[in-house]
Design a protein around this ligand. Structure first.
Ligand code: DAH
Length: 346
């Protein structure tokens, strides 16, 4: 009987070597472990054996059965790997380094201008922050000195979510979080942050109003920051972006979160100052509202207004891109017309 088992064992190993498919493997399994398989037949014979060999034979048979089962399972994996290797060998070979024949993507004109400004400000020591698009009413309004029922909220109607949060109406919504994140600067140092972002408002759409647009805000806080610093940085910004001298005018402007506040307008680049729909026939475009950060805003951000001052500006990034690329209608930016958008890529 035991001899028989050895024969079965070597027969199985021999036949297994020739197997090259799952079907054949299954047939082999049936031939050894199936109802009429060699091992099964031996198992049936046990009852005819003498009592003293029965136990040993039973044990040995079980060992053989387990061996065969394990070998089959193992071989199944080998077959899978062989199959996989075959697929790889037969697969078409791609060279990913060959340049695509189809047109590749391009940056959106707003991204181009945003990156350009980020680069300018990075060289002047500004860090770039990313404000959230979904904001609390507190961050968007209260924290920048626009309490509930303040009339300034009227001009910034927006989309309210069911949980009471809102889509931010301006990048200023990140001021409080940024002040709390960085805290007051060390003595002799300044906090300089640039935070671009997508903003949303409930607007009647026309050539210069969109419900979704981009702003880019900046803030500089220190023990000795004045309006001169503000004017210096704004001038660098505009000269670099337009790569030429642009006509600007500074006039007082009211924003609850700055005191004093200013409007920095640039000469309308679309009509050259003669008046058009984009500049509402004034010849000027409001581009860069700015001012000295209101003491209330500093305190709410955890920065002592007795000790620190700072300036902030909120650049209309979308408008700037319109001016830079001479785009007459703001709706083009979100319109998804690639033919129109692609022409601004250098
Ligand atoms: N958040 C203002 C708006 O969207 C723009 C603004 C004005 C930002 C003055 C500022 C600022 O930082 O100083 O209308």
């Amino acid at each position: 009987m035991l001899e028989n088992l050895d024969k079965i064992r070597s027969k199985f190993s021999e036949e297994l070597k020739a197997i090259d498919s799952n079907d054949k493997l299954e047939k082999l399994r049936v031939a050894f472990l199936g109802k009429k398989g060699l091992v099964t037949e031996e198992l049936k014979n046990i009852k005819n054996l003498a009592n003293d060999v029965k136990k040993v034979a039973g044990k040995e048979l079980n060992i053989l059965k387990n061996e065969i089962e394990a070998a089959i399972a193992q071989y199944q994996k080998t077959l899978e790997e062989m199959e996989y290797q075959k697929e790889i060998d037969n697969a078409e070979v791609y060279d990913y380094s060959i340049p695509s024949e189809k047109p590749v993507g391009t940056l959106h004109p707003i991204s181009i201008v945003q990156k350009q400004i980020e680069d300018i400000f990075k060289t002047m020591g500004f860090v770039i922050e990313d404000g959230l698009e979904i904001q609390t009413e507190y961050n968007n309004f209260e924290a920048v000195n626009i309490p509930k029922n303040h009339p300034a909220r009227d001009m910034q109607d927006t989309y309210y979510l069911e949980n009471g949060q809102i889509l931010k109406t301006h990048t200023s919504a990140a001021q409080n979080t940024i002040m709390k994140k960085y805290g007051a600067p060390n003595p002799g140092e300044t906090l300089k942050v640039l935070f671009p972002g997508r903003c949303f408002r409930n607007e009647n759409l026309d050539a210069s109003h969109e419900n979704t647009f981009f702003q880019l805000e900046g803030m500089m806080i220190g023990e000795d920051i004045s309006i001169s610093n503000l004017i210096y940085f704004m001038r660098v910004l505009l000269t670099e972006v337009f790569e030429r001298d642009v006509k600007v005018r500074l006039r007082p402007g009211y924003f609850p979160f700055v005191e004093p506040g200013f409007e920095l307008d640039i000469n309308c680049e679309i009509c050259g100052g003669d008046g058009c729909t984009t500049c509402k026939n004034t010849g000027w475009i409001e581009l860069l509202p700015c001012g000295m950060i209101h003491p209330n805003v500093l305190s709410m951000g955890g920065i002592d207004p007795e000790k620190y001052t700072g300036f902030a500006f909120g650049l209309g990034l979308t408008r700037l891109a319109m001016m830079k690329y001479n785009i007459k209608d703001i709706r083009l930016f979100n319109g998804g017309n690639l033919k129109q958008l692609k022409q601004f890529v250098k």
